[in-house]
Design a protein around this ligand. Structure first.
Ligand code: GLA
Length: 377
């Protein structure tokens, strides 16, 4: 990635610094974050770089190699939700959220370069928000703790870009450590690093990009979120995290609400079990939990998509220990836990399945638990 080069090309000077934030794979714990529940993400090697300098004229200038590299300029005082829109809403929303939280941010020029696909279920928007947040905080010497920066990123996404997402992605991007997953309690925002070393166990974590792309500003994510809130209200609990057990859900008379809530309640339990297995060095035993998570997201939460179901099925048939969609759903990626010796077979089986269905060839990458966001130079 050469965000610094893009910066020099567009603004005719070297940047004051370069900041980088990774994408994440959520190992397990999907659609639990906005229910105050648990998730187990880890940061990956691919990410987003932001080269930036402060400027004295109160203007936020944005350019992105992946978005055509035109420069968008907005006076800070004119930032308002939806303006600018599109990809620029994410970095602009961060400046706006910092300002609305009372931080003294001035103008800045930003150049963005990424090796992380957008819409692939790997938290590219959180990576962009968090790299931007770190850059602005450093440029203006703001003392913003990482957990607060995560909340700023979420605010940018929810209130400026209009995607009603939870806090998992921003926390993962900012708090994850190399070689570890992060057990997140999304009520308290606390994260505990849990060792995740697939290679040592003779295994690999394979990311399968199904090439189907999602958009979280569409209605599907918001309607799932609403259903969870309706179910919590009907059960008289603060959030679905507080449901004592699956039997309590019998009190929900509406089938759709009961299935949505059942996913969340069972997923929280699967996260706890997976974290415990990781903690005790039994990564090879989490496969069944991953696959159960996928079935629950497909049948009860209904956020899976045909390419993901086919990828999971083909991967399991070819020897994966477990596989599931990762991220919000409606498109994006699948994560599979595969014996190292079977990686080529699994990739070939998934590719073959896609070809038979007439779909574009999937992409494959190995998911190495990597470091969280930081300053590069
Ligand atoms: C997206 C959102 C997260 C979370 C996941 C689903 O990645 O940004 O907050 O809700 O979907 O687990």
């Amino acid at each position: 990635m050469s965000a610094a080069q893009l910066f020099a090309d567009r603004y005719g000077a070297q940047p004051e610094g370069v900041w980088r934030a990774p994408g994440r794979v959520n190992l397990i714990g999907e659609h639990t974050d906005y229910n105050d529940g648990f998730a187990l993400p880890f940061a990956i090697a691919a990410g987003v770089c932001v080269a930036a300098s402060a400027r004295g004229d109160g203007i936020l200038a944005l350019t992105s190699r992946q978005q055509g590299a035109a420069v968008i300029e907005v006076p800070l005082g004119e930032l308002t939700p939806g303006q600018p829109g599109g990809w620029a809403a994410y970095p602009a929303g961060v400046a706006w959220a910092l300002l609305t939280a009372g931080h003294h941010v001035g103008g800045a020029s930003l150049a963005i370069d990424a090796d992380l696909a957008a819409g692939a279920g790997l938290a590219s928007s959180a990576a962009l928000e968090c790299a931007t947040g770190l850059a602005l905080a450093d440029l203006y010497q703001l003392a913003v703790p990482r957990t607060e920066l995560a909340a700023i990123g979420r605010r940018a996404e929810n209130d400026f870009a209009g995607a009603p997402t939870g806090l998992m992605d921003q926390l993962a991007v900012l708090l994850c450590q190399a070689g570890h997953a992060l057990l997140l309690d999304c009520r308290s925002g606390a994260g505990v690093a849990v060792p995740l070393d697939a290679a040592a166990a003779g295994l690999a974590l394979l990311i399968i990009d199904t090439r189907a792309r999602h958009e979280l500003t569409g209605g599907g994510y918001a309607s799932r979120r609403r259903a969870c809130e309706d179910a919590a209200r009907a059960l008289c609990v603060r959030a679905l995290r507080d449901v004592a057990g699956a039997s309590a859900l019998d009190r929900l008379s509406e089938d759709v609400l009961r299935r949505r809530a059942r996913h969340v309640v069972s997923e929280n339990e699967r996260v706890r079990q997976a974290a415990e297995l990781l903690r005790t060095g039994r990564l090879d035993r989490i496969g069944a939990l991953l696959t159960a998570s996928h079935s629950s997201l497909r049948d009860d939460f209904e956020v899976s998509w045909p390419e993901a179901d086919a990828a999971v099925e083909a991967a399991l048939e070819a020897g994966a220990l477990g596989a599931r969609m990762t991220g919000a759903g409606f498109g994006g990626s699948v994560i599979a836990l595969v014996p190292a010796v079977a990686v080529a077979d699994v990739a070939a089986a998934v590719t073959d399945r896609f070809a038979r269905r007439g779909w574009r060839s999937p992409g494959f990458g190995s998911a190495e638990p990597s470091a969280g966001a930081g300053r590069l130079s």
